[in-house]
Ligand binder design. Structure first.
Ligand SMILES: [Zn+2]
Length: 380
């Protein structure tokens, strides 16, 4: 995981003077400093700073104005930011409190938790519904992963701009069934750029395309399961279509190789694989699908899906330039970096919202790799 986070600073002499009155509906524009007040803070350098009590000239309301890096919170923004940084690096809430305590910054585990969640809740966008606000891209990558949450696995749907690698949204999903994925994904595709994607979808069908890293993992799992079944030697279905166990194992290994190399021209070889099993019969009603019939379905499905699974390699703009980078693993990278990396290093999120919040925060930080994410921007 690579992140670039900018820590807020505390500058006791630097004030941004108020421009609006906090009273709802008040249009007051003139404010008068009434009194300096001492404010105790938890910070690495300052124990106390001076805040100012201001009064609104229009409605008479008084309110405090704090120096840069300080808010009405007890913790300075620097300490909150430090807690968030450590947590994102995989240190647990309790351990963050211990680390800070050892540096003379005494805050409890609950304050760490609150600081992380408060910041994560401020992450803009990152929700399927927010994409309706006008983000446009020609291609979306999407995948599903799960994080441990309260002893259960919570399915997360992640959408990525396949052209830039930006994470667009992270949403909790009811499950990983195809219908549920479609219900989540279709509105995103419609929102980000229906027209640009329509071109693609007419040729290729988008639901399959966007779930391709899912297809990759799914294929690996099936290859493994079927190979294990063949090796037990108990299934006779391959004999009835005249395919040896050795041949079947080699065919499965070939499929596994293709699904990761994903070259458009491999479709012909997939067809050959399918044809070897084409005569496998569907077992009678009520009987389990045997190995031969399952292999027939697997090869048939991947062979017919192949143009959709590989379109990103051949999709070009009007000038004939490739629109997607050949590896097109932004989605996998996004998931590996922002979500899996995270849950590997922690024991699980306590509640679903916190799992979502933190995943979105990490993805948001990832979107700001080039200039760094200024944590203060999420603390206003
Ligand atoms: Zn006012």
């Amino acid at each position: 995981m690579r992140l670039k986070l900018l820590l807020p600073e505390v500058q006791p002499d630097h004030f941004v003077l108020p421009k609006h009155c906090p009273t709802p509906g008040c249009k007051g524009r003139r404010f008068y400093p009434r009194q300096a007040v001492e404010k105790k803070i938890v910070d690495a350098k300052h124990k106390q700073v001076q805040a100012w009590r201001y009064q609104c000239g229009a409605c008479g309301h008084t309110f405090r104005v704090y120096p840069q890096g300080v808010s009405k919170q007890h913790l300075s923004q620097r300490v909150s930011g430090l807690a968030v940084m450590l947590y994102i690096l995989g240190v647990s809430y309790g351990a963050v409190a211990i680390v800070l305590e050892s540096l003379g910054i005494g805050i409890g585990k609950t304050s760490v938790y609150r600081a992380v969640q408060a910041l994560a809740e401020k992450v803009p966008g990152m929700k399927q519904s927010n994409l309706l606000a006008g983000y446009r891209t020609g291609a979306v990558g999407a995948d599903v992963t799960s994080v441990r949450c309260g002893g259960k696995w919570l399915a997360l749907g992640i959408s990525v701009d396949a052209l830039t690698g930006m994470t667009l949204s992270i949403d909790g999903l009811p499950g990983e069934e195809a219908e549920q994925l479609k219900a989540w994904l279709e509105p995103i595709l419609d929102a980000v750029d229906a027209d640009a994607f329509k071109k693609v979808s007419d040729e290729t069908g988008r639901a399959q395309q966007v779930c391709k890293s899912h297809v990759g993992r799914n294929t690996d799992a099936l290859v493994e399961e079927l190979s294990a079944l063949i090796q037990t030697g108990q299934d006779r279905s391959l004999e009835t279509i005249g395919v040896s166990s050795q041949q079947a194992l080699a065919d499965l290994a070939a499929l596994k190789k293709f699904i990761h190399s994903r070259q458009p021209e491999e479709q012909a070889e997939l067809e050959q694989l399918y044809l070897r099993y084409a005569t496998a019969r569907k077992p009678a009603k009520g009987r389990r699908f045997d190995v031969a019939y399952r292999m027939r379905n697997l090869f048939l499905d991947r062979w017919t899906l192949w143009p959709r699974l590989t379109f990103y390699r051949t999709w070009q703009d009007e000038q004939g330039h490739s629109k997607l980078d050949g590896t097109n693993n932004d989605c996998e990278r996004s998931i590996g970096w922002w979500v899996k990396e995270r849950y590997r290093s922690m024991r699980g999120y306590k509640r679903e919202q916190s799992a979502l919040n933190v995943s979105r925060l990490i993805a948001h930080a990832g979107n700001h790799l080039s200039h760094g994410l200024n944590l203060a921007s999420l603390m206003a």
